[in-house]
Design a protein around this ligand. Structure first.
Ligand code: DGJ
Length: 698
């Protein structure tokens, strides 16, 4: 009988325990991840009872599902690493535990492969407040290697899960949730576009059987990298499931002695999907984003893109700015069209100099006007891009990434951000403008995918943003890529806001915001009131609905304010002023998706961190199957506390709502139990309308 030695370690917070074990000094594997284990729990016993039996048709023991599963140990699924030496020879590492360093919140696990002269390091750190576990893997060698694949520390997924939820999307349709049943084999998602992508938000949720938004157990993952990820969710032949995340394969094109994954963020929740969502929202807002002026209110935006497009004219823009300020805007963002000869999207990207035809006296007069109105000024750039019809391309065609005959995207190529001279050029142009004018904000766009994926490109973009952030720390940056094409925690560790979508259609936005809240907090999620007839869907929506949908997140406007009629102006002013009155707590609130009994009602509850107030947004996305509205149950309230709940916009009830509901007359006072168990029946409403309920703990 072979002697077995098992070493164990655990990471704990009030929400969860994650325990790992190394048997006979092999690379450790996760043996437990779930609700907090009692202090004295026998981890060796857990390791023992988690061993699966073997029977006919199996190996004589089940290979470990370790933090880096190894092909050389007969692991029956995808390995955690695929590496070759400089001569192209494939290496099959077999790691031996070298060291585990533990402090209050983290573990650093080092394993070595003496034969192949490789060191694998996994770092896992638990955040006791947000409950997010932050993980990263590193591979070191004493000579340069070629990396095909390196997974961040590999975690098991529960076997009592029927399906997994990952995220897809498209331009103007970001954050679509996919539910895929677990079955033998792999759910494999790889993004080879070189940008995070509308299609590929790097997130995964694994709900245990029966979990809903508000109840049950769930695990969630996010890979914080903007260059494209690979996700493997694999059910092994023996039933075990593994989750791997890393950069898309073969993105490291050059040999190196060291490779690192990006950060994998993971969390367990025993309180439904919302438990995961709250953790990610808090972690992003309180740990990942570096705010330029922490503690100051998020300003109401005005962005001129859908008002003027490329047709910039200073008197018109001043008029628009004046009207936007009167509506309540506090920041004016000058979008695409101010530079080069940019009269449409066919030219001038990379010629970052103010167009004297449109701005004969430069940007100064417009910026001064904006400041006189009490607004700050922001400006649009698309730094990584170049049009073939540009002065820079004529001077340096070799600065563009990819082949000369590549397919263009929006008539443009990407610049090669790995080249220091490209970064220096971009830095100089952007810094010149930021130094010449009081500019508080950059909308940083990225409107095409790359001709080929390359991690150096992503690192180059990160380096440029980092340098600008260091030298202009007061300048906030919004990440935009034709809307939500570059949303991830890697980008958000350098920026402060995302442009969730180019769709300003409030109905589409309602759905996208609902799903994006699984990962993103309101403070970093831009949402604007668009033109009356939406430019990307053709839909006409009432201003009240549009205003409340924008008020769910970081609010702004993007229509031409000259098109607003007096009622629309009044509604917009009213909702904006409500948003300003509430933003200080709402921008720090937890967004919880409600399990609406009516699938046509998309509802969320935003609760203040201290639990003293909440707001519920119940958006009617379509006509209901049943005739009377189904009660909406609230969540995460104090069962015994009493709350005063009022329908903020009860004056908007349609004439077809004929019942005598108390909520239509004024506030009601109910306990948390009543609100969570019975819920509230809201007045009958038209599709494409929103009820707003305000709650205050007494
Ligand atoms: C795409 C963005 O998503 C839009 O908001 C706008 O900034 C345009 N680019 C400008 O070209």
């Amino acid at each position: 009988m072979i002697q077995t030695t098992t070493k164990t370690w655990r990471l704990d917070d009030a929400r969860q325990t994650l325990a790992i074990a190394s048997t006979n000094d092999r690379c450790p594997q996760v043996i437990y991840w779930g609700p907090p284990l009692p202090a004295g729990e026998d981890l060796e016993a857990i390791a023992g009872v988690s061993q699966l039996d073997v029977t006919g048709g199996m190996l004589d023991a089940n290979p470990d599902l370790s933090l880096c599963p190894e092909a050389a140990r007969s692991f029956p699924g995808q390995p955690g690493m695929i590496v070759r030496d400089a001569a192209g020879e494939r290496l099959l590492p077999k790691f031996k535990l070298h060291d585990v360093a533990q402090d209050d919140t983290g573990l650093v696990i080092t394993c070595e492969d003496a034969v192949n002269r490789l060191t694998y390091t996994a770092e896992m750190r638990i955040d006791p407040e947000t409950h997010v576990i932050v993980m990263q893997a590193r591979l070191n060698a004493d000579r340069a290697m070629y990396l095909h694949w390196l997974a961040a520390p590999v975690l098991p997924a529960p076997q009592n899960s029927d399906d997994m939820i990952d995220v897809a999307g498209r331009w103007c349709g970001e954050f679509q949730l996919n539910r895929t049943a677990w079955s033998a084999g792999i759910r494999y998602r790889e993004n080879r576009t070189g940008r995070t992508g509308h299609e590929h938000f790097p997130g995964l949720i694994v709900p245990c059987r029966g979990a809903t938004n508000t109840a049950g157990s769930a695990y969630a993952f996010h890979y914080g990298w903007s260059g494209g990820r690979r996700m493997i969710a694999e059910e092994l032949p023996d039933g075990r499931c593994q989750i791997q995340f890393g950069h898309a394969a073969r993105m490291e094109t050059a040999p190196s002695k060291e490779f690192r994954t990006a950060i994998l963020y993971a969390v367990y929740s025993g309180e439904g999907l919302n438990g995961c969502a709250i953790s990610f929202q808090r972690h992003l807002r309180d740990r990942v984003v570096r705010w330029t002026t922490p503690g100051t209110p998020r300003p109401v935006h005005y962005n001129c893109w859908e008002a003027v497009y490329f047709d910039h004219d200073v008197p018109t823009l001043k008029d628009i700015a004046t009207r936007a300020a009167a509506l309540g805007a506090e920041r004016f963002v000058l979008d695409d069209g101010w530079f080069g000869q940019r009269d449409d999207d066919t030219s001038s990207l990379s010629d970052w100099e103010v167009d004297p035809r449109k701005y004969p006296e430069g940007l100064g007069p417009l910026i001064d006007h904006v400041h006189e109105l009490g607004m700050s000024f922001g400006i649009w750039f698309e730094p990584e891009m170049i049009n073939p019809d540009s002065n820079l391309h004529r001077a340096h065609p070799d600065w563009a990434l990819g082949a000369e005959d590549q397919i263009l995207g929006r008539q443009q190529k990407a610049l090669n951000m790995a080249l220091p001279e490209v970064r220096a050029f971009l830095y100089e142009r952007i810094a010149a403008l930021l130094s010449a004018h009081p500019i508080a904000y950059i909308k940083w766009d990225h409107n095409r995918v790359l001709p080929q994926p390359d991690a150096e490109q992503t690192r180059g973009s990160y380096a440029l943003i980092d340098q600008l952030r260091a030298d202009f720390p007061h300048v906030e940056i919004e990440s935009c890529a034709s809307g939500g094409g570059r949303i991830d925690f890697g980008t958000l560790s350098r920026t402060q806001r995302v442009w969730l979508s180019d769709s300003n259609d409030a109905l589409e936005r309602l759905k996208m915001q609902h799903n994006a809240a699984l990962f993103l907090p309101a403070a970093a999620t831009g949402s604007h009131v668009g033109p009356r007839r939406c430019h990307t869907s053709g839909r006409i929506l009432d201003i009240e609905f549009c205003a409340w949908v924008a008020a769910q997140r970081h609010m702004g406007f993007e229509m031409d304010p000259r098109e607003l009629d007096p009622r629309e102006t009044e509604v917009l002013k009213d909702v904006t002023s409500w948003w300003k009155d509430n933003r200080n707590w709402m921008m720090n609130a937890d967004i919880m998706r409600l399990d609406s009994a009516d699938p046509s009602v998309i509802a969320e509850q935003q609760s203040a961190r201290d639990g003293h107030r909440f707001v519920v947004f119940a958006g009617k996305a379509g006509t209901s199957a049943q005739i009377a509205p189904r009660p909406l149950q609230l969540t995460r309230l104090d069962s015994n506390a009493r709350y005063r709940v009022s329908l903020r916009n009860r004056g908007s009830a349609a004439a077809l709502s004929r019942g005598t509901l108390t909520l239509k007359d004024g506030p009601v006072i109910l306990t948390g139990t009543a609100l969570m168990h019975n819920g509230l029946a809201l007045p009958w409403s038209f599709p494409e309308t929103m009820w707003v309920l305000e709650g205050e703990r007494l």
